[in-house]
Design a protein around this ligand. Sequence first.
Ligand SMILES: Cc1cc2nc3c(=O)[nH]c(=O)nc-3n(C[C@H](O)[C@H](O)[C@H](O)COP(=O)(O)O)c2cc1C
Ligand code: SF4
Length: 444
Amino acid sequence: MTNEPVLLARINKANSEKLEGYRQDGGYQTFEKVLKEKSPIDVITQVKDSGLRGRGGAGFPTGLKWTFLPKDHPGPIYLCINADESEPCTFNNRILMEKDPHQVLEGIMFACYAIRSQTAYFYIRYEYGHAYRILQKAIDELYSAGLLGKNILGSNFSLDIFLHRGAGAYICGEETGLIESLEGKRAWPRIKPPFPAIEGAFRKPTIVNNVETLACVTHIMRKGNDWFKSIGVPPDPKNPRDAGSYGPKLYCLSGHVNETGCWEIPMGITARQLIEQYGKGVPNNRKVKAIIPGGLSMGFMTESELDTPLDFNGPGKVGCLGLGTAAVTVIDDQTSMIDVLHNICQFYAHESCGQCTPCREGTGWMLKITDRLRRGQGRQEDLDILVEVADRIGIMPGTTICGLSDGAGWPVKNAIRKFRAEFEDAIRTGRRSNLKSLTMAGAH
Ligand SMILES: Cc1cc2nc3c(=O)[nH]c(=O)nc-3n(C[C@H](O)[C@H](O)[C@H](O)COP(=O)(O)O)c2cc1C
Ligand code: SF4
């Protein structure tokens, strides 16, 4: 398995964000070549054949998504870059944007050339002020160098990239919420179909891709598919629907570890390896009680599940929703799962956009019940009520518009199923949370 970093290869260089240094390291040479030698369909085919799957959370095959655009569409086609990155403990996009923005911008240029888009909207989380300023400078450098604008390098290809600051809400990261927000409206996700590839931004065909996905496109075009497929995990031969987990991946690590950070690692590292080799273990010789594999919405893995590979399939095999953002949060054995779950429920009750009754009310109920539990006022039947509510909200049971509510339900189901004894014991003994503040967060 190759482990030569590419995504983070340049981040410790002086002025790594500048065009000059990026070009000295070979940047934009492949783009110039592709512009001369390859057709848009060649680029789509290469990205499709590379096996690249989206890094934004769902792992959808990138090249395949690009083929969903209508053929020979006469009007504009848009690319939206999803840099909303609001999933708790996730900061892999931020590092790419702040430290090596040109590899992301080159990926955007390949993508726009492939899908025949002349306009890209870079939707960046409002709180990322530093990344916003770095990106704007990098975009300005590209216009000055003739790499953006009309007839780039004398070709027929023209492209404008517009930065758009987000609206400060988690739901702005859901692709149709993002599009609504980009259009100047409240970020209420749209009912699908139609999917954005058919009717997206300003009702035109639109592709939404994550920042890390597009950075991977740059390296696929530069180094080729054999290189990309030499990294990561091939498809499971026993599962005909598995597209594999190829390529490098940025893994974030936070919570109860001695070293927090973001590392580029071939897909498929286990949670235990990540914690021990990269996180240098748990502080004070404590043990891991649970981890969250990739953002709160993925649920929990227990200590006995830590040898699960963190690829697109692994977390699902132990009952998690998926790999998500690969931002691993470690919870030690001194931490109350009731407190953790209450904290998560607070987040979702706050971030639900409120359009769908099951999500709006369900996240509120789950918050009220977990608040009762941590006050030592829980009842045994509360556990079944929590699971019932969590089971009934979401796209999967078919009761809501977007996946926020699946994400809200999953940690609840996982926590009760995997740590039921701890919950039952706390209820039986009337144990209160040891948190200093016992304030009830405002449900809707
Ligand atoms: C509630 C919610 C929040 C999301 N937040 C993000 C986000 O911050 N960044 C992101 O790339 N994808 C996010 N997604 C996934 C996007 O809807 C979309 O699938 C993704 O941007 C596609 O990019 P990819 O194919 O390159 O992974 C979110 C999804 C949901 C349901
Ligand atoms: S599921 Fe929740 S967040 Fe998504 S649209 Fe419905 S109410 Fe809004």
